[in-house]
Design a binder for this molecule. Sequence first.
Ligand SMILES: Nc1ncnc2c1ncn2[C@@H]1O[C@H](COP(=O)(O)OP(=O)(O)OP(=O)(O)O)[C@@H](O)[C@H]1O
Ligand SMILES: [Mg+2]
Length: 374
Amino acid sequence: MGQLYLNKVHKSYGHFEVIKGVTLDVRDGEFVVFVGPSGCGKSTLLRMIAGLDDTTGGDIVIDGERVNDKPPVKRGIAMVFQSYALYPHMSVFENIAFPLRVEGMEEAKIKEKVEGVAKILKLDQRLQQRPGLLSGGQRQRVAIGRAIVREPKIFLFDEPLSNLDAALRADMRIELTKLHRELKATMIYVTHDQIEAMTMADRIVVLNAGDIAQVGAPLELYHKPANLFVAGFIGNPKMNFVPVICTAAGQQGITVEYQGQSITVPVEPRDGVVGKTLTLGIRPEHTLLGAGDLNLTVLPSVIERLGINTIAYAALPTGEPYCALLPGSAPAEVDKPLVTGAKATDCHLFDAEGVAFERRIDISKLDMPESIAG
Ligand SMILES: Nc1ncnc2c1ncn2[C@@H]1O[C@H](COP(=O)(O)OP(=O)(O)OP(=O)(O)O)[C@@H](O)[C@H]1O
Ligand SMILES: [Mg+2]
């Protein structure tokens, strides 16, 4: 079992409150990813779960038992960091065997365990080598091996792949996903990489300044971000925000006006919004070339041609930035007005406090490739 429950967990350094009461239930075998801006408290939260840092309030509960006062080794947790921290003078075998030797396990059992883990991680041909001879990806696998042999209930990963080059990172991402499936262990994984978060997570926890901004399945956060923060954080390039005035709210949704044009966004209406300034959200990948339910003539200042796509960094007529993710061959040019549009069903809408109006879409029925490609 590897069930984790965080109950109103707090952490302060002096008067500085780093974690402001985080409550989270992680199921046995679940892969949960923590994302959030630098300094929002991701590592602090992991370190408290591992027992490397004290909490200043709340409960950390593993398999029904409060572990706040238990030392790290007694919690059944293994942590893998960005820096692999291997012993350079020891072989791969000895590096992986290290925690078992500390436990005092007998030699034959150690051999069996290390060889088993090495096989899973495709390190079986490397066991006698020193870490210095290995690539970054292989070294990280040794560090993961050292975590696996302990058979922890819960794995904690703090940006384990961020030192690797892009190709190796992609390989390791896939290997870790397979490993999770094989071990069926609970994993909590911190990353700054959108692709890792979207592809590896059963659920993503978005943290903002020590608070949870939203928890949900990756596509739930993509299609139904609960607030402006999550809307701007999940998705790359980030969602565009257009200031609009609400002119009506009814059965069809909420009607807003931008520069004399009206668009009715299919969201759950609320009382008292008519006349208010709201924020319309349009993802760059939902930008149409030519007219849509709302037309936006934007002025590109930078164009990036990536082959598969073209990204235009532009400005709206009202001056706000607008990014458009367009087909590779899109006829966009710097300083030449570009007529774009957006479909009402692709739009998001947020109130003055940044809280999203609930979109009327059923995520389970979305045709995924089509909706992502726009
Ligand atoms: N020992 C400490 N003393 C005082 N403040 C600390 C200490 N450790 C961390 N902090 C502060 O706590 C906040 C959260 O830090 P943390 O390392 O958890 O952020 P993070 O989300 O992991 O960021 P990153 O993405 O950059 O790794 C930061 O503002 C940091 O300065
Ligand atoms: Mg960190």
